[in-house]
Design a protein around this ligand. Sequence first.
Ligand code: SF4
Length: 214
Amino acid sequence: MFVRTGVCNLRCVWCDTRYTSWEPQWADRTVESIETEVLRLAADEKISHVVITGGEPTLEPEHLTDLCVRLSPRFHITIETNATKFLPVEAHLISMSPKLANSTPPAVSDAARAHDSARISADVIRSFLRACDGSASRDCQVKFVIEQESDLEEVRDLEHAIPIPREKILLMPQSVEPADCIRKSAWLRELAARSGYGFSPRLHIERFGNRRGV
Ligand code: SF4
């Protein structure tokens, strides 16, 4: 089950949830009401995994911390974050997705400048890696969204500069359209294997297209 927060501090040009970033929409919810709804839906559907995503969930640090404390005894909790803000939160998997240069909007806009200066925070990535290091109950991964093969150069630079353990790195295709996503996945899966990285499919796009509520 996905719990999606409604605002993001980045503006990826290909954002697949523009209703959380470029044109944010949200309903004000209490943590209690989210917990109640998750428990109800999970019981109906026999769900054991909850992914808290966005937008950017760490922008609501107190509410995110509270929600994780409430849900983690019953569910496997993943937090998806763009890794621009560190939070020592109680979750089983921290799935970081720092954004590569391919995410930056056309260069003349204020949004492009703000996005480009914020998209990589090496200190935040290091802090999440350290928080998971040696922990038996908490893991982390670093997922890069790939548009084309040449993006791998930036991945390799970040891998060495931060540094990021290679086994923590996953490559995922950038796509919001099923046929394009399947086509990109075919070459990217092979490229990831050749480069020693993991591969993450974009299954929700392949199966349902870029639709909400699926
Ligand atoms: S970080 Fe995620 S939610 Fe934010 S703009 Fe980029 S793709 Fe969209």
